[in-house]
Each structure stands twice: as C-alpha cells, then as structure tokens.
Ligand binder design. Structure first.
Ligand SMILES: [Zn+2]
Length: 458
C-alpha cells in the first residue's frame, strides 16, 4: 500500500477539453452491452447522465443509488483490462494519519474474508492486473483491475466487504499491528515503537523533498485539511487511538459518501446488482458534512525556514532545498491548462530560466511542479542541492522571469513545441498502462477536491 502525497491531475485529461484527438482502441472487438437511458433505474441505481468520452472512445453513465445516494460512474469501452474503484471523501484534520491507518486496516480482513492481508492474498490467487489502496489529503481510494470480468466482480465484492465490514471492529490487534504499538525484543531490550504505518511514514518523511513538500503546504495553508500529513507524521501516529479509527470509519465509510467507478467492457448490470443486493441496500441515506477549506486571502509573501535532521558527520554544504510557491485560487479549466503549459515551458531544459539558473550556479537543479491534486492548486519552483544564502537570488530569478513573461509572453514556437508534445501523448492515451485504474483514481481525486465529476467535462 502506497501513501500518495498528492495526485497530479493528468494534463492529458485537461487538454482533452480543448482537443479533438482521434480515438484509438486497443482491445478486442466485442459487442458492448446496451446502455440505459437517463431516468431509468437499474438494480436500485438511477441514471443521471449519459455522455460520450470521445478521447478514449467511451461512453459514460453516471448512476446514483436511490436509497443511499452513492454515486457510480460506468466508463464503457472495449478495453478488456477492466477496473473497479471505490473512493470515500476522508479529510485529514491532523497528522495522526488516521485515514492512512484505516486504509491499511480495511484491507486486513473483513467479516466475510477474515484473512490477514487481503491484498497479498488476492495478488497471489487471482489474475488481477492491479490492486492497491491510496490515501491523499481529501480522499481514500481502493482500485482493482483484472482481465477477467468474473474475477473483477469477485474482487469488487471483496473490496466492498473490506471497506464496509472491516475485521478491526472485532479484533483490536489489527490496529496495533497496522498503526503503532510498543515492542521489546526481549526483557532486557529497549522499549521501541513499531507498526506498519508508523514505520512506513518514518521512511517516507526521511527524504528532504517530501519533508519540504509538507512544509510548503503547512506554510501556505496553516490549520487546514490541505496541509496535514495525511499519511501520518510518525511523532503523531503514536497519538492515534483505536477509538479514533473506529469513529473515522463510522463517519466516512458510508455509501452516501462514496464514489465508485466501473471501467471497460463489462456487463454493468451484474455489478450493480451485486453492489446493491450485498451492500448498499443495507444502508440508508446519511447526511455527511465534509469540511471545506476556509483560507484567508494571501496578500503578502511569507518566508519560513525549516530544519531537516541528518546523521552526524553528514556534509550539509549545498544540501538545502529552497521552494518558491504560488497557491492559485479560483481557477477555470482554461487557467489550469494555461498554468500547466507554463510549468512545461519553464521546466524545459532549454528554457531561459534554466539557462540563467545554471549560469549563476544557484544550485543542483530547478524543478517546476504544478500540483493540482489539491483544492487550491500550487505552482512550485523548487531548487535542490542549494544553500540558504542563495535564497534571495533564487527568488529574484523567478520573479524576473515571471515579470518578463507577463510583459513579453513566450515565443510562439516554444508554446507550439509544448502543445505538440502533449498532443503526441494524447494520441497514445489508450496505450497508457492500466488506463482504467488511472482514470478511476483521478476521477476520485477530482470528486473529492472539487466536488466535480471530471467525465462531465471530457
Ligand atoms: Zn501505507
């Protein structure tokens, strides 16, 4: 299970709003199941919208489960690498990593499948092409894919049992194993803390770039769900209690707070029937409030310095990282596209920004990252292997280039080159490894961050 610091929304998906790429299908030419019409009810799910997703030669159907309000998007095409995904909105209010711990716990056995590690068991016993779970700041998602429709149906059923009926309710030891516990090798040994998530996050935060990314967010968005370490800060993971995990599950793991995605050439009716009969029909609609970010307008530059621990004797010369960040509010889809193109132009190895950066010897490299996996996207200029004394020069360099772009723009040949590269990528989109899983998790991220279902704009 992998902690995802943040999701980069696919540039390709945004571009697809503007471009008309030729659809390309790489799959068996088999008959697709006829789709229902708007207003029709299938196994308790009412059809809200039916749309085309031309870019990947697909049709999409948005269903809403009448009894619970659960949403399900069916992306129908001829791809035989079929996928299923369920996501819940799970805002992270602190650094205890409660959602990450819960993600581990849900795949540690359920009422019907009381096995120690569901993921490893499935990986070893099925033809699944992908199975994992991810936690981000605002949501947790459980994607799975398979070349066999029968197996995908079974895998979806296992995942639903795990998320709705995890064994942790009857076995507190699962919490101790996955979150944290005290441990002594023998009666003379030192008292240690261990636990899967505790150890995993100790490793994840032992990297200066990851630590810097969290420090950036904590500076930009103090006291908000956008700046918490959703995977968990090891120092805070040990504050987490069994009761916290149960309460979080009880609050957020409810069909009314869920989005499912079904992808590929599948008989959707079989899936809807299983989902409704075995799980959703047992629930009633619940009003679940998801806290929205309340951020003060940003009206001046904030500067902060953070320490990063290293082993005794480590050479710390030119070992710092300097990030210059711009949170970008109220962006339209066109703005998102524009900023993404801007990031590409700045980040190109031949850009004037990079050239002057190298000439002035300001550090190892300057990287440009546009993080749209957040409710308020952030554009970051990040300099690695540099020294704190170069801070002012780095800021001046970035400011100078931003100003020059405002005044003079880019050479149209450079813009054309970036767009041509993206269009080339688009023409191969259906060759993306495991497109179903990629699309599903991105749709989940969009839904959690922007209350939006991305397929409506594709
Ligand atoms: Zn994990």
């Amino acid at each position: 299970m992998k902690k995802v610091v943040s999701y980069m929304m696919s540039f390709v998906l945004i571009l697809s709003i503007f471009l008309n790429a030729a659809p390309c299908v790489n799959a068996a030419q088999t008959e697709l199941k006829a789709l229902p019409e708007v207003g029709q009810v299938v196994a308790g799910f009412k059809v809200q919208e039916v749309e085309d997703m031309e870019l990947i030669d697909s049709k999409t159907v948005l269903f809403e489960h009448e009894k619970t309000g659960a949403k399900l998007i069916f992306i129908q095409n001829k791809d035989t690498n079929r996928a299923f995904d369920i996501s819940f909105k799970t805002p992270a209010f602190n650094d205890t990593g409660v959602n990450h711990v819960l993600e581990h716990i849900t795949v540690s056995g359920s009422q019907k499948y009381p096995m120690k590690n569901v993921l490893f068991t499935i990986l070893n016993q099925t033809y699944s092409t992908f199975i994992n779970a991810f936690t981000a700041q605002n949501f947790t998602t459980y994607p799975v894919s398979s070349l066999s429709e029968d197996q995908l149906l079974k895998l979806a059923e296992v995942y639903l049992d795990c998320v709705y009926y995890p064994s942790v309710y009857n076995d507190k030891n699962i919490f101790k194993r996955e979150a944290w516990r005290y441990e002594m090798a023998d009666n003379k040994a030192e008292l240690n803390i261990s636990g899967t998530v505790y150890n995993e996050m100790k490793g994840a935060l032992g990297n200066i770039s990851t630590a810097a990314a969290y420090n950036d967010l904590k500076t930009l968005f103090p006291n908000s769900t956008q700046s918490t370490i959703s995977g968990g800060d090891p120092d805070k993971v040990k504050d987490l209690t069994y009761e916290d995990v149960i309460k979080t599950h009880d609050t957020y793991y409810h069909p009314s707070n869920s989005l499912m995605v079904l992808y590929g050439n599948v008989d959707y009716q079989r899936f809807l029937k299983m989902i409704d009969e075995s799980y959703l029909s047992k629930y009633n609609k619940k009003d679940i409030k998801i806290e929205k970010l309340k951020l003060e307008p940003f009206n001046k530059t904030i500067e902060k310095t953070f320490k990063y621990p290293v082993a005794v004797g480590t050479n710390t010369q030119n070992a710092s990282q300097i990030d210059y960040c711009f949170p970008i509010k109220n962006m339209s889809d066109e703005d998102l596209l524009g900023i993404a193109v801007l990031g590409e132009l700045f980040g190109s190895e031949t850009s004037a920004l990079k050239q002057e950066f190298r000439d002035k010897k300001l550090g190892g490299d300057i990287l440009i990252n546009f993080n749209t996996g957040l409710s308020i996207p952030v554009l970051t200029f990040s300099v690695q292997n540099t020294d704190e004394s170069k801070k002012a020069d780095i800021k001046a360099l970035v400011d100078k280039y931003l100003n020059s772009i405002v005044k003079s723009g880019f050479k149209s040949a450079d813009v054309d080159a970036v767009l041509a590269g993206e269009i080339r990528g688009l023409s191969n989109i259906t060759e993306t490894p495991n497109l179903g899983v990629n699309l599903s998790t991105q749709v989940g991220s969009f839904w959690a961050n922007f209350d939006s279902l991305i397929f409506t704009i594709i």
